[in-house]
Ligand binder design. Structure first.
Ligand code: HEC
Length: 110
């Protein structure tokens, strides 16, 4: 029983470490993609505020992934620039994984 509890605690802990690492990779993407980061445009109005739109429910993950992959209007196709961020390559994330991680990071970004 004790062994089981220790194993469960270890699994819980490693899950958390993984989540923190993911958030770190997402932060690097937000700050480094395209050389100047997503924030160079998205932290400036009138460009869409991604954090606000995600939390207000007007930008779901499907639409987020679509715009990141295809671009839209003044928004350049971004998936190539995202995959080129060294932290993404180091973490070995796929396109869909980094999009998911980035979406979750933005949802909780202050
Ligand atoms: C050169 C400036 C610029 C950069 C850099 C940029 N974006 Fe954008 N983005 C825009 C503009 C402008 C729009 C609005 C496009 C439109 O609807 O015409 C937009 C729209 C979006 C949308 C849709 C928002 C919504 O609420 O519908 C997403 C998602 C998005 N960008 C993600 C990103 C991510 C992720 C990055 C970094 C990898 C990034 N953008 C980098 C300019 C930029």
């Amino acid at each position: 029983m004790k062994k089981l509890l220790v194993a469960a605690a270890l699994i819980a802990l490693s899950g958390q470490a993984f989540a923190n690492e993911d958030a770190d990779v997402a932060k690097k993407v937000y700050n480094q993609a395209f050389g100047r980061g997503c924030g160079a445009c998205h932290d400036v109005s009138p460009n869409p505020n991604l954090v606000k739109n995600i939390n207000e429910g007007t930008l779901d993950e499907k639409k987020f992934a679509e715009v990141v992959k295809e671009g839209r209007g003044g928004m350049p196709k971004a998936i190539g620039a995202i995959m080129a961020v060294p932290a993404v390559q180091k973490a070995g994330l796929t396109e869909d994984q980094i999009i998911d991680v980035l979406y979750k990071y933005l949802k909780h970004k202050k």
